[in-house]
Design a protein around this ligand. Structure first.
Ligand SMILES: *Cc1c(COP(=O)(O)O)cnc(C)c1O
Length: 427
């Protein structure tokens, strides 16, 4: 049994200082009820909280830590970079090297701009798509998350798929007026909307593997239809690979599914655990970005020396010793084990997995979009989550977030995780 007195005291204090006690809402454990442990340090596949409890970590900072925490090669790169100064606001060679590494790995990226987060990447890619095409409408899919960009914080409105309403106070109706929202994996809706609005649509933005409603794989014809329809109508296709880039394959979902988008957004792994995002794509489109072209986008800390050092070290490690086959085997073993545990407990469930992203959904029906995801038994998830945490397994604190396996997780850890799940579910 785990004890948390120091975390409890820190969370109480945090709530007086920071809204909800956290600097990003998912960390507050709202979806499962209760209070989060405060983390003191991490190494490889493990986290330790301030009360000295150890956890096997399947969050991985929500995706970046594919090599495991505090990887020696990454730490060394950060140390060495810090010795040389932490920010110059002027060009550095390492920005070229990271850009080269991204362009070499991600099939559709010919030129790339570095930013500070995934949100900045998607916000900038959308501005660029609108600037390049001279059109205003954006298509997105419900259950996909692209960061807290105003125009993308939309919920389905009353009139079927065409009207998007803001889903946060502070986002104006005007801002979301040009955002069209459709169900994920609904190929027919995409075809119909493209027929209807095609020449007004600047871009379609999609998570090519959804990770923000739990892990939901794209159906084979869905991504292909997006590529064909955008191409036919002169709209840009944006793959938001902030989560999937360097995760589901080194070249992301576009490598895995052999489809080239016009623009790609990156974050998470590309920064190696430091704040860094990127957007890139066809060079004729990217050359519309200031100062090569007229579309404004800037950043005081963009291309930061520490962030590029961590990102470059991570990408080079992924190239030197690609972990993707190992990750696939370990994640498959974990997925099978979780499914067996749920079956032994007689619980309706689905296990979805793409590479090292996976989700155990508590639902009797296949999960293919937000409607089917949101039908899951979230109370069952909360019981499972807390039992796992008490057994030293740190899962994402929501049914609608994907687990990540890192290269530092070994088979023994996977097996002890499955044993904990059996314990958690059959009580
Ligand atoms: C995490 C995420 C973002 C936002 O990235 P931040 O760095 O949190 O701003 C955008 N898109 C996808 C698909 C993500 O998973």
């Amino acid at each position: 049994m785990i004890s948390h007195p120091k975390s409890q005291a820190l969370f109480q204090r945090a709530q007086q200082l920071i809204p909800g006690g956290v600097n990003s809402p998912a960390r507050a454990f709202g979806a499962v009820g209760g209070e989060p442990p405060f983390i003191e340090r991490a190494k490889g596949p493990f986290l330790w909280d301030v009360d000295g409890n150890r956890y096997i970590d399947y969050v991985g900072s929500w995706g970046p830590m594919i090599l495991g925490h505090a990887h020696p090669v990454v730490l060394e790169a950060i140390h060495a970079a810090a010795e040389q100064g932490t920010s110059f606001g002027a060009p550095t060679e390492r920005e070229n090297l990271l850009a080269e590494a991204i362009i070499e790995a991600v099939p559709s990226v010919e030129k790339v701009r570095l930013v500070n987060s995934g949100t900045e990447a998607t916000m900038s890619a959308i501005r660029l798509a609108r600037g390049f095409t001279g059109r205003e409408k954006i298509v997105k899919f419900s259950g996909n998350y692209h960061g807290h960009v105003d125009a993308l914080l939309v919920a389905a409105g009353s009139s079927a798929a065409t009207l998007s309403v803001p889903n946060s106070p502070g986002v104006t109706a005007g801002t979301t007026h040009d955002t069209l929202l459709f169900p994920y994996n609904d190929t027919q809706a995409v075809v119909d909307s493209m027929d209807r609005y095609g020449n007004e649509i600047a871009a379609v933005i999609v998570e090519p593997v959804a990770g923000n409603m739990g892990c939901v794989a794209p159906e084979p014809e869905f991504l292909l239809a997006l590529r064909q329809q955008t191409w036919r109508q002169g709209a840009l296709l944006i793959f938001d690979e902030v989560m999937t880039g360097f995760r589901v394959a080194r070249g992301g979902a576009q490598e895995r599914y052999q489809l080239k988008p016009d623009l790609t957004t990156l974050g998470k792994i590309v920064g190696g655990g430091l704040p860094l995002g990127a957007y890139g794509g066809r060079h004729d489109i990217m050359d519309c970005v200031l100062p090569a072209g007229p579309v404004f986008q800037a950043g005081t800390l963009s291309g930061n020396p520490l962030a590029t050092a961590a990102g470059l070290a991570t990408l080079r490690e992924l190239e030197r010793d690609p972990p993707y086959d190992r990750l696939d085997r370990k994640a498959a073993r974990l997925a099978e084990g979780l499914a067996l545990a749920a079956r032994a407990a007689g619980l309706p469930h689905q296990v979805a997995r793409v590479g090292s992203m996976l989700t155990l959904f508590f639902s009797g029906q296949p999960v293919r979009d937000w409607e089917t995801a949101s039908a899951c038994d979230t109370r069952q998830f909360a019981r499972y989550f807390w039992s796992m945490l008490r057994q030293g397994i740190y899962l994402p604190c929501s049914q609608f977030e994907a687990m990540f396996v890192s290269d530092a997780h070994d088979v023994d850890l996977i097996d002890s995780t499955v044993a904990a799940a059996i314990q958690a579910l059959t009580r």
